[in-house]
Design a protein around this ligand. Sequence first.
Ligand code: 5GP
Ligand code: SF4
Ligand code: MG
Length: 466
Amino acid sequence: CGVFGVIGVTEASNFVALGLHALQHRGQEAGGIVTHDPENGFNQARRMGLVRDNFTSADMMAQLPGGLGIGHVRYSTAGSKGQTAIRDVQPFFGEFSMGGAAIAHNGNITNAVALRRELIERGSIFQSSSDSECIIHLMARSMGRSIPDRMEEALRKVEGAFSVVAMTDSALIGCRDPLGVRPLVLGKLGDSWVLASETCALDIVGADFIREIAAGEMVVITATSGVQSHFPFRTAKPRFCIFEHVYFSRPDSILGGRSVYETREAIGRELAKEAPVDADLVCPVPDSGTPAAIGFSLQSGIPYAMGIIRNQYMGRTFIEPSEQIRNMGVRLKLNVNRALIRGKRVILVDDSVVRGTTSQKIKEMILEAGAAEVHFRIASPPTQWPCFYGVDTPERDKLLAATMTEDEMRDHLGVDSLKFISLDGLYRAVGQAQGRDNASPQYCDACFSGDYPVAPSDMIDRGFVT
Ligand code: 5GP
Ligand code: SF4
Ligand code: MG
């Protein structure tokens, strides 16, 4: 998901809509905006679909007045998977004795099932199937005297990954879980402040990137006292999601002081060193494989070419949750540039292989077009484990790499060669010259290593993992 918030502008709704539009790659199923203005109080709108289809009309914007606002774009990883209902669309809103609050959450709460059961037993009435709603109910039960105090108390009970942007009638609040699994950044625009999942959302509204919100940090921002920071959780060594660098974030964003584009190019260079192959062309599987393919080409000296053309009017295939649509999706979205491919030995670079749907279809298309050889190079290690922290990977048995070795996958896909970057190679590419510190890893890489930094306790309760 993507989250965005702004305080101190004249029309917050326009800023939030623009910010969410820049974060659309983080979730395309639905979006919502909450604003506050002194006359009307809180104003709220939630819609299915894309930001540009819902939050651009003057009518809509007129319903969302005020200088303080937050928003959310949804990608379902928990709750009603694949069939987002309007009741699951964030921000969530609650009224407390000291006033209202809205919250928008990116990540996944790993003890949400247990928390929900407890809360329901004690009388909470849940409106949605979303894990994030727990936060509102925990806040309602808190004895804290201010909304930030209540939020802090609620978030101390929550396990897993959360980057939260919240608002009261006068404050904008941002908070990251103790490991800082999902991103959250702070920006400034004149006298106003912006919080966003990624820096590309600061760029679109013309805000300067100030800094990342730190792992375990909470900031409370008001017009009168500016940004107040504190660290309410037990501190831990941060474990940012390494897959944000590979796929999830936009290449024009800055993560951990590094441009995502440069990191992806470095991954491609690393891949070319680790798994060279003689061929005529390096082609990306667009868009997510593009920077890595450029890196591969630069390192190997093999020409880069757009052997596969992407229809710009399609979204991210993976994010479309139903299996059938995902299967069709590849063909609706990607087409082979036949004239270029015929008779050529082609290296295809993609960011990841999950179920293997994309690679399978692309291989078929490229052989049909007359390629002489097909070599896959993948910009992440084999995805062998599900993510429980906000990226929608399927159950283990649907992950190609969970049941097959690299050679078996090559034969299964029927390609001439298939190589994944090593985990150490990926760490080097994100700037860790020594590779992965196995005693105390610098990132979350659980989907590749099975090393889960937060025990996925709901899954353990249900016997999905041990
Ligand atoms: P597959 O087709 O193998 O199931 O999925 C791999 C493709 O899905 C890649 O091209 C990648 O760009 C895309 N993808 C989109 N979203 C995700 C995600 O959340 N996780 C992973 N691992 N891949 C994703
Ligand atoms: Fe990121 Fe993978 Fe960890 Fe999920 S399991 S947070 S996708 S690194
Ligand atoms: Mg892709």
